[in-house]
Design a protein around this ligand. Structure first.
Ligand code: UT7
Length: 326
């Protein structure tokens, strides 16, 4: 049997500060009732000043490495999915490499917005097929709070900070990544964008410039998210000859509970099989999938041999799905 990519460790790291819906009621014209019923979000984590994306990423990576029983020096490749790197250059991944002391790895960032982790997983899988002895760290990490307009109730109630990571290795026992499918449509970029470049230099942060912030046509994005993720999953399952009923667990990007309800209905999957933690963390963009995977793993929601489906949708637009035998 050919070598497959196996997840040998998961980790996550969330900033300590919790921002609840009630806290937001005090600063913007919103209510816990509106946020809960329209999104399913109850609270989110917010990074402290100086707590950069690379620090959250390294925290998640340390946990994943510990679970895998792998030292940083054994890593061959580090990829970080993020739209909020500490700086434009160097990459967040190089800062993580330095932080971990992973001197034998090459490291780079990948921007596919909320699909960044999924794109990273797909890429790492291809590298591992070529190099079965490699150990690869794939991270999704964001500090979206730094790019949120806290006066804009349409967006500021949605996002949160955090990081999640997985360590991947080759394995020939039939489990692991079975397949993945990625898609993009750049024609729709204006529906979800963030135009300003990231920088630690405070002189370059321009709060008066709306382009520095994340902007979204929520209702349009909602429709595309349900349709696109649904199509990607249907296509992947058909290609793999897997029925929706065979799935043990579905971990989707955590953007909106109503999106997940519509998706589950469309695919004929009971909501009990859909992992949901957005009520605690909101939408953490590229970090959302690996944080949820780590929590599901540590809660014992994934048994050996289970079929795990991942799917995501984000700015670009980018979207896709992956199927893993745990
Ligand atoms: O991660 C990438 C993918 N992102 C997503 O998938 C997000 C997709 N979109 C969504 O999740 C939803 O569209 C939102 C949660 C962003 C918005 O929910 P919605 O049901 O689409 O609301 P809406 O934008 O259509 O707004 C409905 C009303 C508006 O008032 P009027 O014009 O009807 O009077 C908004 O001004 O709700 C108002 N509104 C709010 N009210 C209280 C918008 N935000 C808020 C708020 N609190 N925070």
């Amino acid at each position: 049997m050919s070598t497959r990519t196996v997840i040998v460790g998961t980790g996550s790291f969330l900033p300590a500060r919790v921002l609840t819906n009630s806290d937001l009621e005090k600063t913007v014209d919103t209510s816990d009732e509106w946020i809960t019923t329209r999104t399913g979000i109850k609270s989110r984590r917010i990074a402290a000043r100086g707590e950069e994306t690379s620090m959250l990423a390294a925290g998640a990576a340390r946990q994943a490495l510990a679970m895998a029983g792998i030292t940083p020096a054994e890593l061959d490749m580090i990829v970080v999915g993020t739209i909020t790197p500490d700086m434009t250059m160097p990459s967040c991944a190089c800062l993580v490499q330095q932080e971990l002391g992973a001197e034998n790895a090459f490291a780079f960032d990948l921007n596919a917005a909320c699909s960044g982790f999924l794109y990273g997983l797909d890429l790492a899988d291809k590298y591992l097929c070529q190099n079965p002895a490699w150990k690869i760290l794939v991270i999704g990490a964001e500090t979206l709070s730094t790019r949120t307009n806290w006066q804009d109730r349409n967006t500021c109630v949605l996002f949160g900070d955090g990081a999640g990571a997985v360590v991947l290795a080759g394995d020939g026992k039939g489990r692991g990544m079975l397949g993945s499918r990625l898609f993009s449509d750049g024609r729709l970029w204006r529906l979800l964008s963030m135009e300003g470049a990231p920088s630690l230099n405070p002189d370059l942060a321009r709060p008066e410039n709306d382009g520095s912030y994340i902007r979204m046509e929520g209702r349009e994005v909602f429709k595309h998210a349900v349709r696109s993720m649904g199509d990607a999953v249907t296509r992947l399952l058909a290609e793999q000859g897997v029925a929706a009923a065979d799935l043990g667990l579905v971990i989707p990007h955590q953007a909106n509970l109503r999106i997940l309800q519509s998706l589950a209905e469309r695919l004929g999957i009971p909501l009990e099989k859909v992992y949901i933690n957005m009520h605690k963390y909101g939408n953490t963009s590229a970090a959302s999938l690996p944080i949820a995977m780590d929590e599901a793993n540590r809660e014992g929601r994934l048994a050996a041999g289970d079929l795990l489906l991942l799917c995501a949708f984000g700015g670009g637009f980018t979207w896709g799905a992956a199927l893993i035998r745990w």
